[in-house]
Design a protein around this ligand. Structure first.
Ligand code: HMG
Ligand code: MG
Length: 303
């Protein structure tokens, strides 16, 4: 039996998960130019921004303008984060192919992140999912803190399954399971995926690893052993969740591409274009991004 998938689908979340946690605001025109670069890299989905409350995430308060002005590549699915009906209305107006709804498996993180209990969140997301589907949009559901919560500690797989069950019942097309604080190790991934894949087909599950402790690549390898072939990543390793203290960025797109392409697994993404887009945003932010593969590629490019 084959241990690894032949093809892995990557969703680029840098413009959303990446920039939401950067102190420095990137100018709207620069964001648009950068997203246009990403659109030409071969990636098939870009999460371009977030229609949350602008006071909660001021870095992305230009979501509407960005959505209106980016050049749409017909090969790319453009998604954005949507917390409620107000966010969905704005996102539909700005243009999305897919809505990303989100909630947490941990009660405390859910409260801190979206100001509601888990029970209060369900009717809000139920309506958003229904309206997005009737507008003909795909919907992905993010479930955060699927391994550990920064406030509550370990989250049991049963708590994750309860949220997954409800979101699938509401009609999400797929679920992205988030290691929000980047704390999991492969044995935790095995425990969760055994429970999840007993109930849902692997094609409907995306893994979303933050790389706070450098464990993301190990966790991706373990996920692939379970047949998972869809991952979220952030260019250069940008980002984190502003309502999960200490959480670093997602696994870097540059690092996951180095891993996958080195193993002969196809992604359709051009590593050089990702390097160039990483250097572009690194320059705009005025700081080195954490990806090790980017550091090597940048050094090589400089001679
Ligand atoms: P709230 O204050 O409870 O909202 O915030 P509300 O419904 O009570 O409304 C209060 C005011 O906000 C009203 O205005 C609304 O109109 C307005 P007023 O009548 O007072 O003038 N409002 C909005 N304005 C613009 N856009 C909206 C919107 N909604 C309400 N969408 C809310 C609730 C969910 C809005 C808030 O808590 C919020 O924006 N939270 C977002 C936090 C966030 O973005 N966190 C990071 C993303 S999640 C993440 O990173 C994890 C993930 O990557 C996966 C992983 O790593 O695990 C996805
Ligand atoms: Mg995240």
């Amino acid at each position: 039996m084959k241990r690894w998938p032949e093809f892995v689908q990557i969703k680029e979340v840098g413009p959303r998960d990446g920039l939401q946690n950067e102190k420095k605001r990137v100018a709207t025109a620069d964001k648009i130019a950068w997203i246009n670069m990403l659109s030409e890299s071969g990636v098939t989905e870009v999460e371009y921004s977030s229609f949350v409350h602008p006071k909660w995430v001021p870095q992305l308060s230009d979501a509407h303008e960005v959505g209106k002005k980016i050049v749409r590549n017909p090969q790319v699915c453009y998604s954005a984060l949507v917390p409620n009906m107000k966010g969905l209305d704005l996102a539909l107006e700005a243009g999305i192919d897919s809505a990303s709804v989100f909630m947490s498996a941990s009660e405390t993180h859910n409260q801190k992140n979206i100001n509601k209990t888990i029970a209060e969140t369900y009717p809000v997301l139920g309506q958003v999912i229904e309206e997005a589907k009737s507008a003909g949009k795909r919907v992905t559901g993010y479930v955060s803190t699927v391994f550990d919560c920064p406030y509550e500690g370990k989250i049991e797989p049963e708590a994750v399954i309860r949220v997954c069950e409800q979101l699938f019942e509401f009609g999400v097309d797929d679920l992205s399971l988030g290691d929000t604080i980047g704390s999991a190790v492969p044995s935790q991934v095995e425990e969760l995926l055994q429970a999840v894949l007993k109930r849902y087909p692997k094609e409907k599950i995306i893994m979303h690893y933050h790389d706070t402790r450098g464990m993301a690549i190990a966790n991706i390898m373990t996920s692939m052993e379970y047949g998972i072939n869809r991952f979220d990543s952030s260019i250069g390793g940008l980002g984190g969740c502003p309502y999960a203290p200490g959480a670093a960025g997602n696994v870097a797109t540059n690092d996951i591409l180095y891993l996958l392409h080195g193993m002969g697994i196809k992604t359709g993404i051009d590593e050089k274009k990702i390097r160039d887009a990483s250097l572009y945003i690194q320059n705009k932010l005025g700081k080195l991004l954490p990806s090790k593969s980017l550091a090597v590629a940048a050094a090589k490019a400089n001679g």
